[in-house]
Structure formats: structure tokens, C-alpha cells
Design a protein around this ligand. Structure first.
Ligand code: ADP
Ligand code: ADP
Ligand code: ZN
Length: 215
């Protein structure tokens, strides 16, 4: 089973992806996580991505697509995968269709987490991310057992550099301009399910499961 998980920054894509990984053994492919790892390791993609990410812009399509191709070539997905944060533009979505043909996979479901924009700022400003394993927490809605320490691996929790008020504003604008049209694109091609993301994490997950189990 291969799934695309869409939604604005802070909608809960990473949170739900982690639940899907434990429930169905899917691989979690987050382009944001891959970029952040590349940035830390200062690889070719990391150096290019740094500028765009810190200000809240999208990394240009050709680099992003190049990186996704490389990632797919280098990994195996015996139970399928969840794409989290990719595609984010119509060009990326079209390219994913060719990549699927080339690699021999198809997308079984496109899920869109629907959350009001005014809730997102609170979710993003309270988000804390594990430096070691990438797990995410929320200081209010999903706090770790010990402050600033990851429950899963003991790693240090930090606030992402693109989570400043200014970068968040740009990211939300970027979403509206470049990614929201993709929701219309998938709606037109008849292949998207809207999930109400403005519920508890558990309720969002049961809606997702209900959708997947109806396939
Ligand atoms: P969020 O979880 O807040 O939606 P991500 O972790 O997915 O954010 O992405 C962080 C940043 O990485 C984005 O703001 C963007 O700069 C870059 N990025 C991630 N995925 C893509 C993509 N598919 N296309 C272009 N840029 C991307
Ligand atoms: P995304 O990957 O879409 O950017 P995350 O999964 O990282 O979003 O969630 C953003 C923040 O909101 C995190 O701090 C997370 O703990 C919190 N969060 C996620 N889902 C919910 C929810 N249903 N209710 C409240 N907070 C949530
Ligand atoms: Zn961790």
C-alpha cells in the first residue's frame, strides 16, 4: 500500500505517518526529514536546500525530485510507503506519475489533512522535534514525559529553525500559493480523501484507518 499524506505545515502529517508506520509497517518518506538530514550532513542537496528551508520557501522542483528519485533508488519498501510532504507542487505530482511508471509502483490513496489555518500557528510554535530520531512532540498537545527529552530514544528535543514567526508566515503563504492547488488537482483527477485534521490525534488516525480499510 502506497499513500500520499498531504496537508498544510503543522497539519499532523508526521504524527499520523508515525502511527501508520507502526500499524501497517509502511516506510515513512518525509522530504522535510530527508532535507534536514542532508543539511546536517552537508551533502549536495543539503547545501542547496538550506537557503530555501530557513526562509520557508520550497526547495526548487528539480532538486527535490532529484533527491526523491535517489532516495527511492537506494531504499526498499516491502510493505509500501507513505509520502509525507511530497508532492508539494503540481510539477512534482506529475513527475511522481512518471517515477511510479519507471519504478513500478502506484499510489493507492491520497489523504489530505484538513486543518483551519488559524490552528496551524499554535501547532507549529509548540512543536518540538527530536534531534536524533526526528520524532515530534507538542509542548501542550503531546508533551514528552521529561521536558526536552525524546520518549523514544532519549535524544534532545529542539525547535526547528524554520519555526520562527516570520518563517512560519512564509511557509503558510507558500502552502496556499503552491501546494493548495495540488488539492484541486487531485480532486479533479478524482482521487483524494479529505480527513478532518482538527480532532484529537487518535480520532484523526481512526478516520485514516477507516479510509484505508475500506479499500
Ligand atoms: P512541515 O512538516 O512543516 O510541513 P516539512 O518538514 O515537510 O514541513 O518541510 C520543511 C521544509 O523542507 C519546507 O518548508 C521546504 O522548504 C522543504 N521541503 C520539504 N518537502 C518539500 C517538497 N516536496 N518540495 C519543496 N520543498 C520541500
Ligand atoms: P506536519 O508533519 O504536518 O507538519 P506534525 O505531525 O509535526 O505536522 O504536527 C505539528 C504539531 O502539532 C506537532 O507539535 C504535533 O505534536 C502537533 N499535533 C499533531 N496532530 C495534532 C492533533 N490532532 N491535535 C493537536 N496537536 C497535534
Ligand atoms: Zn528521538
Amino acid at each position: 500500500m502506497n499513500i500520499i499524506l498531504m496537508g498544510p505545515p503543522g497539519a499532523g502529517k508526521g504524527t499520523q505517518a508515525a502511527k501508520l508506520v507502526s500499524e501497517y509497517g509502511l516506510a515513512h518518506i518525509s522530504t522535510g526529514d530527508i532535507f534536514r538530514k542532508a543539511l546536517k550532513e552537508q551533502t549536495k542537496y543539503g547545501v542547496i536546500a538550506k537557503y530555501f528551508i530557513q526562509f520557508g520557501y520550497l526547495v526548487p522542483d528539480d532538486y527535490t525530485i532529484g533527491m526523491v528519485r535517489e532516495y527511492l533508488r537506494e531504499h526498499e519498501f516491502p510493505n509500501g510507503f507513505i509520502l509525507d510532504g511530497f508532492p508539494r507542487t503540481i510539477i512534482q505530482a506529475r513527475e511522481l506519475e512518471s517515477i511510479g511508471k519507471e519504478f513500478g509502483f502506484k499510489i493507492d490513496a491520497v489523504l489530505n489533512l484538513d486543518v483551519d489555518l488559524d490552528i496551524l500557528a499554535t501547532r507549529l510554535s509548540g512543536r518540538r522535534t527530536c534531534r536524533n530520531c526526528g520524532a515530534t512532540y507538542h509542548i501542550e498537545f503531546n508533551p514528552p514525559k521529561t521536558q526536552d527529552v525524546c520518549d523514544k530514544c532519549g535524544g534532545e528535543l529542539y525547535q526547528r529553525a524554520d519555526e520562527s514567526e516570520e518563517a512560519v508566515k512564509v511557509r503558510l503563504e507558500t502552502y496556499n500559493k503552491q501546494t493548495r492547488p495540488l488539492v484541486d488537482y487531485y480532486t479533479m483527477t478524482g482521487d483524494i480523501t479529505n480527513i478532518n485534521g482538527d480532532q484529537s490525534m487518535e480520532d484523526v488516525f481512526s478516520d485514516i484507518k477507516a479510509r484505508l480499510e475500506a479499500m
